[in-house]
Design a protein around this ligand. Sequence first.
Ligand SMILES: [Fe+2]
Length: 170
Amino acid sequence: MLSTEVVEILNKQTAVEANASHAYLALASWSEEKNLPGIAEYFYVAAEDERSHFLEIVKYINQHQAPAIIKSVSQPRSSFISLLEVFQFVWELEHNNTLNINEVASVCLKNKDFATYKFMEAFIIEQQNSEKSVEDLIHMIKTLGHEDKNLYYINKNFKKLLDKAAASEA
Ligand SMILES: [Fe+2]
């Protein structure tokens, strides 16, 4: 049985994940509108990832007989002046999610709910990786330049550049 405090913070986190999924969908739309399908694909995948986190936490709450409360999502930001600004926003989004996940973890420890803490561990590590990969992307965009002439190249090679960045970390 989960404590009231743990259920409350988990329910808060489901809304954070759902909002993050929505935010990524808005970024996919922004990318499609700018004719950047390679980057849009990255955001569609990110939106699915966040939705899977949302579902995972909803199911965890429900499996422990504390009904998950499904909250409404807010209107995501959809206006940006450059790809660099988009990824700076993504960094803030991920960092905000890290702070929220850390809060869930600390409430679990405060309540001596080590099982839920263990459940949250994967989220903690994933947040660290997400922040790092967004930092790498920002570095890549700054290096290549985010002027229009470079956008075509970045978009076309986005997946390749991502794989390269991941490989150089390994
Ligand atoms: Fe997430």
